[in-house]
Ligand binder design. Structure first.
Ligand SMILES: Cc1ncc(COP(=O)(O)O)c(C=O)c1O
Length: 373
């Protein structure tokens, strides 16, 4: 029996035929390897795709979080609220910008930031000697957060919102595409993401021309009117032309791939709803399904039994960020993060990509059922 890939990039590559090679060849011909003409074309198409005013390509999803934080001038003594159940980069960017991440809990059904826990953390943060400045709301596994609740809390407390959409580009909420909703939206084009390139890459979306101009300067070492005038502290946050060329080709089939992910996720739900807690997608939300994640009892045992049947399975994330060695000295909301802790013992993700055929999906489902017993 053939091996089942967790993510299948080869089938996607075959589908695009020679288009990717041709696009890369064009970059080799014109030789503008960094910030070549593909960048502006990609930025226009990305902004159009998600109905954002502005898109800015950049070096990674991590830098896509860092640059808005730098544009907001966060620093020592500033608190930025972030869920503890996420990939480390969501909090890492806050520390790199010189501010303090304050960990809050998540909701047990969507795995996204809990508005109640966020409110508690905002109220008490000044007693930790910190000034509340912003929120990084993470669309975990592809599903947008409850933006209505989070944006209302932000407005009430005069906080900026950076949507960490590393896993959710292509999703939508209440008829709005991710990228068009918050002050800033950061995404990642890491190869395994719903829209991925063949290396590192990312993008920031914003509705503000002023913030865009600041972030464009930060992207190139804080440049002013030319690259040897440095008006602020910046980074090397540029995107390579070859990655943009690859993304332009993949973007042409992205909508179709998103529909396929949704169909596959719904079929998993149907087939697995009687044996495990299947993912919950809230009303008026379209997930990009970066991951298909179940909650099960005796998770580690179940994972081992699935792997024994040659089916790949992954655990995102086994340790909440507030308990990671590198992050345990940063503050956590009072009352702690019990939901993050419970989830880190219960979750497991199954293969998810747009090219899973029904036979393969049946094999995966059978392996899960057998493992759960
Ligand atoms: C939620 C989240 N935020 C940020 C990132 C960082 O993206 P990148 O790996 O492109 O730096 C990732 C990537 O895995 C992610 O999943």
């Amino acid at each position: 029996m053939s091996n089942i890939p967790f993510i299948d990039l080869k089938t996607q590559q075959k589908r695009l035929g020679t288009k990717i090679n041709d696009a890369i060849s064009k970059v080799l011909e014109h030789g503008a390897y960094i910030m070549g003409p593909e960048i502006a074309e990609l930025e226009t198409k990305l902004a159009e795709f998600c109905e954002a005013k502005h898109a800015m390509g950049c070096s990674s999803g991590t830098d896509a979080l860092l640059m808005p934080l730098m544009a907001e001038n966060v620093g020592r003594g500033d608190a930025v609220f972030v869920p503890a159940f996420t990939f480390v980069a969501s909090a890492e960017a806050i520390v790199l910008a010189g501010a303090t991440p304050v960990f809050v809990d998540v909701l047990p059904d969507t795995f996204n930031i809990s508005p109640a826990s966020l409110k508690t953390a905002i109220k008490e943060v000044e007693s930790f000697g910190l000034k509340p400045r912003g929120i990084i709301s993470v669309d975990l596994f592809g599903q947008p957060v409850d933006h209505e609740a989070i944006l209302a809390i932000a407005k009430e407390n005069n906080l900026f919102v950076i949507s960490d959409a590393a896993q959710s580009f292509g999703s939508s909420w209440n008829g709005k595409k991710t990228g068009s909703i918050c002050d800033y939206t950061a995404t990642s084009f890491f190869p395994a993401k719903p829209l991925g390139c063949y290396g590192d890459g990312g993008a920031v979306f914003t509705q503000s021309e002023e913030k865009l101009a600041i972030m464009k300067s930060i992207r190139v070492h804080g440049e002013g009117s030319d690259r040897y005038e440095n008006v602020r502290i910046g980074i090397n946050g540029r995107l390579d032309s070859i990655q943009a060329a690859v993304l332009l080709q993949k973007l042409s089939i992205f909508d179709d791939e998103l529909q396929a992910r949704d169909r596959i996720a719904k079929r998993y739900n149907e087939l697995l709803k009687d044996v495990a807690e299947v993912p919950v997608v809230t009303e008026n939300t379209f997930s990009a399904w970066a991951q298909y994640t179940l909650k099960v009892n005796n998770r580690d045992e179940v994972v081992a039994k699935i792997k024994e049947q040659n089916v790949p399975v992954a655990v995102y994330y086994p340790i909440p960020l507030g308990q990671q060695k590198g992050y345990k000295n940063y503050p956590c909301v009072s009352g702690g993060i019990p939901v993050c802790e419970a989830l880190s013992n219960e979750v497991m993700s199954l293969p998810m990509h747009p090219y899973i055929d029904e036979n393969t999906q049946d094999r995966i489902v059978e392996a899960v059922k057998k493992a759960i017993g």
